[in-house]
Write a protein that binds this ligand. Structure first.
Ligand code: DAT
Ligand code: MG
Length: 139
């Protein structure tokens, strides 16, 4: 059953490049409500755990190092059809392939430094939201 919630992170490149406000504005402008929000930094161990599903992929080490390299913004978002609609809003993993009007097209640098994370299923949205937020931090 669809939960109407998804989870996002604004990645270190987006923060470094000064796009925090612009990306949050795009997210709200697309009709998502912010249910939880946190400015934080992943430890190496947290990044390893968060991306454990990619542990066997050749870019895993690089991904963990990058995602723990600087501050991120984590958020739980709510909207009808949240997971699918947010994946549409962020665009393809590689910004060179991302459609016009998507966050990655506008703000990502490359396939690794691609500005934003979006959950790929309702199940993972719930797991990822819980990874970052306690019950009393979700509104
Ligand atoms: P997405 O973030 O679009 O769901 P994914 O789940 O396949 O993409 O990969 C997770 C992240 O790993 C992605 O946002 C950036 C990084 N990544 C994926 N493929 C990569 C590659 N070929 N080289 C470097 N980093 C990659
Ligand atoms: Mg993914």
């Amino acid at each position: 059953m669809a939960t109407n919630r998804t989870f996002t992170m604004l990645k270190p490149d987006a923060i470094e490049n000064g796009y925090m406000g612009k990306i949050i504005d795009m997210i709200i402008g697309a009709g998502f409500q912010i249910k939880a929000l946190k400015y934080t930094q992943l430890s190496v161990d947290q990044a390893k755990e968060f991306y454990a599903v990619h542990a066997e992929r050749p870019f895993y080490g690089e991904l963990v190092e990058y995602m723990s390299s600087g501050p991120i913004v984590a958020a739980i978002l709510e909207k009808d059809n949240a997971v699918e609609d947010f994946r549409k809003l962020i665009g393809a993993t590689d910004p060179a392939e991302a459609a016009e009007g998507t966050i990655r097209k506008a703000y990502a640098e490359n396939k690794g430094r691609n500005a934003v994370h979006g959950s790929d299923s309702d199940e993972n949205a719930a797991i990822e939201g819980k990874f970052h937020f306690a019950a009393n931090e979700i509104f």
